[in-house]
Design a protein around this ligand. Structure first.
Ligand code: DAV
Length: 371
C-alpha cells in the first residue's frame, strides 16, 4: 500500500537538521558552556552585508577611527569581501559537518533593502542557556530586526519543540531613548547608551556552567543584564566581570575558555585578580594571551583585508569544538602552535574576509547543543 505523505514546506536556505523529538532523541537546544562537544550550531551568512549605521557617538565609541566614514546608511561592504566571506562561512560550515556537527544556516536577506547590517554574526543576537534561546534586545537600531529576518524561521521551528524555550525580544519603545545621554557605571566607565530600557548583545556574555560571566559595554546596560537574569532557566546566575575597555562591545575577544579548567584572557582588558573574584574560576588555570606584541602588529598581517569593525584581538575569537579541538584562522600560525603545545588539536580555516565584516569563528556561530 502506497501512502502519500505531504512534504513539509522547507526553506531551502535552512538545512533540515531539525527533527521532532522522540523519547530518546537528542535535544534540539542544550548548551551551558563554551567547550563541551559541539553537536548542533548555527553558522552565519554574509550575503548582502552592509556597514551598520548608528548615531555618531556610538560609532566613535565602538568602531576603529580610520573607518568611521564608512558607517553610513545603505553602504554595502565591498563585493569581493562579501563574496570571500560567504565562501569562508560555507567552508566553515562544511568543516563542522565533517566533524559530525549538525549545521543550520540563516535565510538570505537583502540587508540593503531592510537597512540592516548582516547575517554573518549570529552570536551577537542569540544567547543559548540550557534549553533556552534568548534573543538580544539590541541597542543598535539597525540590528533590531536582524534575528527575525535571518533566523525567524529557524527560531519558530525550534520553539515548536515543547522542551525548548525561545524568548523573542520585545520591540524597543518608540521613541527609543537609549541614546539620550550616557550611562555611568560604578566602575566609572562611560558608555554610549543609558539605562532607560533593557539593551544587550548576547556576545557580551559567556557561559561557564551555572555561572554566566558578562560585561557592561557600549551595547549592554544593567537593565539588559536583569532581563537576561529574569529569562535564564532557574539555577543560572549572571556575574559581571570588571573589564578595562572603554570601547567594550562583546566579551569574546577578551575571554577564551579552551576546556574545563583552562582559559586564555586578554591582559590589556582584564587582570587575573579580577577573574579570581569569581568563584567559578577558583580551580581554573588562567593564562594571559601569550603573544601581546604580535597582536599589536597583526593589522599588517591580514593579507590586505581591512578589519573595518574590530581590534586585532579578534585572534582570540575562535570556536572550541570540544574534545580539545579548536578552529583557528589559517594564518594565525603562532597562536595555533601555542594551542597545540597546550594539548589542543587545531583545525585551520580561512576567515580573513569574515573578519572584515565584524568577527571571527565565535561571532559567526551560535552553539545550540553541546553535550
Ligand atoms: O575587537 O574586541 C571582537 C568581537 C566582535 N564581535 C574586539 C571585538
Amino acid at each position: 500500500l502506497l501512502t502519500k505523505t505531504p512534504l513539509a514546506h522547507k526553506n531551502p536556505s535552512v538545512p533540515d537538521g531539525h527533527s521532532s523529538r522522540g523519547r530518546n532523541s537528542p535535544p534540539n537546544v542544550a548548551a551551558n558552556n563554551e567547550w563541551a562537544p559541539l553537536r548542533s550550531v548555527i553558522i552565519g551568512r554574509a550575503d548582502n552585508s552592509c556597514f551598520p549605521y548608528e548615531a555618531p557617538h556610538m560609532i566613535e565609541a565602538t568602531m576603529p577611527a580610520r573607518f568611521h566614514e564608512a558607517f553610513k546608511p545603505a553602504n554595502p561592504f565591498p563585493p569581493e569581501i562579501v563574496r570571500g566571506a560567504e565562501e569562508e562561512l560555507e567552508n566553515f560550515a562544511l568543516l563542522l559537518q565533517s566533524q559530525g556537527v549538525n549545521v543550520f544556516r540563516p535565510t538570505k536577506v537583502d540587508w540593503l533593502q531592510t537597512f540592516g547590517y548582516t547575517g554573518a554574526m549570529p552570536r551577537d543576537g542569540l544567547l543559548v542557556v540550557g534549553n533556552t534561546i534568548i534573543e538580544s534586545c539590541f541597542a543598535w537600531k539597525c540590528r533590531v530586526d536582524e534575528m527575525a529576518n535571518s533566523l525567524g524561521t529557524l527560531l519558530s521551528k525550534l520553539g515548536a519543540d515543547p522542551s525548548v524555550k525561545v524568548v523573542r525580544a520585545p520591540r524597543p519603545p518608540s521613541p527609543d531613548t537609549l541614546y539620550n545621554g550616557i550611562l555611568e557605571d560604578p566602575g566609572s566607565h562611560e558608555w554610549a547608551i543609558n539605562n532607560s530600557r533593557p539593551a544587550f548583545d548576547a556576545a557580551d556574555f559567556m557561559r561557564f556552567g551555572s555561572t554566566i560571566i558578562g560585561q557592561l559595554s557600549n551595547v549592554t546596560n544593567m537593565k539588559g543584564v536583569e532581563y537576561i537574569q529574569h529569562h535564564v532557566p532557574s539555577g543560572y546566575k549572571i556575574e559581571l566581570l570588571d573589564v578595562n575597555d572603554p570601547h567594550a562591545m562583546h566579551i569574546d575577544a577578551t575571554l577564551l575558555p579552551l576546556r574545563q579548567g583552562l582559559m586564555v584572557y586578554n591582559p590589556l582588558r582584564v587582570t587575573e585578580e579580577s577573574l579570581r573574584r569569581h568563584a567559578v574560576f577558583k580551580a581554573w588555570e588562567l593564562v594571559s594571551y601569550p603573544f601581546v606584541e604580535s597582536v599589536q602588529t597583526v593589522e599588517e598581517a591580514t593579507g590586505g583585508v581591512p578589519r573595518f569593525m574590530t581590534s586585532a584581538w579578534l585572534v582570540m575569537n575562535v570556536l572550541v569544538l570540544g574534545h580539545d579541538k579548536i578552529v583557528v584562522e589559517e594564518q594565525d600560525h603562532e597562536f595555533a602552535k601555542w594551542l597545540e603545545g597546550r594539548g589542543m588539536v587545531v583545525l585551520k580555516a580561512p576567515f580573513r574576509n569574515v573578519h572584515a565584516i565584524g568577527g571571527s569563528f565565535h561571532c559567526a556561530s551560535v552553539d545550540l547543543v553541546r553535550s
